[in-house]
Write a protein that binds this ligand. Structure first.
Ligand SMILES: NC(=O)c1ccc[n+]([C@@H]2O[C@H](COP(=O)([O-])OP(=O)(O)OC[C@H]3O[C@@H](n4cnc5c(N)ncnc54)[C@H](OP(=O)(O)O)[C@@H]3O)[C@@H](O)[C@H]2O)c1
Length: 153
């Protein structure tokens, strides 16, 4: 099962200069809870932005330029992931979300009620193709956010 997980602003902003735009404690905890014990797949730039493998998860980095990182499996073609079984969480960034969107079963989206200067964006997707489930709401330092799961119909 291919599951995307991302946190986005009102304009689907994802990041700027290879960094996240917001650091919401509850969202970080949610990400950890949802992904722990599963496989996480990310692009090389997102891996570099995080800087280390995420603990208690099998980390797969997609890259053509890098051949080895300790504690990480590197794959040079994202199509190979489509042959995997089990829960596969696609954790970004823009390029990797774009690749996997057509294959996705669910999208876990934290929708943050803010706009921000960004240079990477989550791909536009047609909400009519999904059932929308609200699983929680929160607020942190005046930043409101909603945890949603979009289930592919
Ligand atoms: N808000 C969120 O939830 C969230 C989550 C994750 C990331 N982000 C943000 O997203 C931004 C990074 O996104 P990005 O799009 O610039 O980078 P990215 O998707 O993380 O990584 C891009 C890299 O992945 C590899 N790649 C992509 N497609 C490939 C393919 N078809 N075959 C082989 N390798 C492929 C390439 O690595 P090589 O160049 O090494 O070949 C490419 O340079 C950052 O700002 C980050 O903070 C936000």
């Amino acid at each position: 099962m291919i599951i995307i997980i991302a946190a986005v602003g009102k304009n689907l902003e994802l990041g700027y200069k290879n960094q996240l735009l917001w650091h919401l404690k509850e969202d970080m905890d949610y990400f950890k809870k949802v992904t722990t014990g599963s496989i996480v797949v990310m692009g090389r730039k997102t891996f570099e932005s995080i800087g280390r493998p995420l603990p208690n998860r099998e980390n797969i980095v997609i890259s053509k330029s890098i051949k080895h990182i300790d504690g990480v499996k590197i794959i040079d073609d994202p199509h190979k992931i489509l042959e995997y079984n089990g829960k596969i969480f696609i954790i970004g960034g823009e390029q990797i979300y774009k690749f996997f969107l057509p294959y996705v079963d669910k999208i876990y989206l934290t929708e943050i009620d803010k706009v921000a200067l960004a240079d990477s964006f989550f791909p536009e997707f047609n909400k009519d193709d999904y059932e929308e489930e609200i699983v929680g709401r929160g607020s942190d330092n005046d930043i409101d956010y909603t945890f949603k799961i979009y289930h592919k119909k």
